[in-house]
Design a protein around this ligand. Structure first.
Ligand code: PRP
Ligand code: ADE
Length: 182
């Protein structure tokens, strides 16, 4: 089996002009999922980045990975397993049962309400947020808001792709890391 480098993984992201709306240059990560060695390289890299950020913590440990609906779910559970952390979903409204905390936000092409199950995160948790892409930062900021409502700390927000022109980082309170920047 061929070993992939991160540079080769980056080359697999495909651009689609004017999708899903005119003026949006859509960056498609799914070609990476067609290629197991590339996906393996990307996930191992995400683990390495997370572990190196965790070194800064008192207990050196991330114990919760929060994945953002829907493409954050492609990475969250695998990353959580590799870090021996729990996986917690943040979902678009109306999808999660039970006692919830919610917030509404603006993103690159529309607005959304997101929710988290209230008992899924404890105030003592060291949380890693993971998503496929940072655009305006609205989605991740909403996640930060929910996690802070539950009293926990976001130690890192980790993205596969960052669209730097949109300055999403400036909206965020947590430290961020992106693997591919455009
Ligand atoms: O930084 P922002 O401007 O908030 O944009 C980034 C978000 O937008 C996309 O999700 P989308 O809402 O399209 O949903 P999906 O993951 O369900 O496709 C992407 O997966 C991020 O979650
Ligand atoms: N330009 C973009 N490409 C892919 N996913 C996105 N989510 C928000 N903006 C996006």
């Amino acid at each position: 089996e061929q070993e992939y480098t991160i540079e080769q993984v980056k080359a697999l992201v495909r651009d689609y002009p004017d999708f899903p709306k005119k003026g949006i240059l859509f960056r498609d990560i799914f070609p990476i999922f067609l290629n197991p060695p590339a996906l393996n390289c990307l996930l191992n890299h995400m683990v390495d980045v997370s572990v190196s950020f965790a070194q800064k913590l008192d207990n050196h440990r991330i114990n919760a990975v929060v994945g953002l609906d829907a493409r954050g779910f492609l990475f969250g559970p695998t990353l959580a397993l590799k870090l021996n952390a729990k996986f917690v979903p943040i979902r678009k409204s109306g999808k999660l049962p039970g006692s919830l905390v919610k917030t509404t936000y603006e993103k690159e092409y529309g607005s959304d309400t997101v929710e988290i199950q209230a008992d899924s995160i404890l105030p003592t948790d060291n949380v890693l947020i993971v998503d496929d892409l940072l655009a305006t930062g609205g989605t991740c900021k909403a996640a930060e808001t929910l996690i802070s409502k539950l009293g926990a700390t976001v130690v890192l927000s980790l993205f596969v792709i960052e669209l730097t022109d949109l300055k999403g980082k400036e909206l965020l309170s947590s430290p961020t890391h992106s693997i591919i920047e455009y």
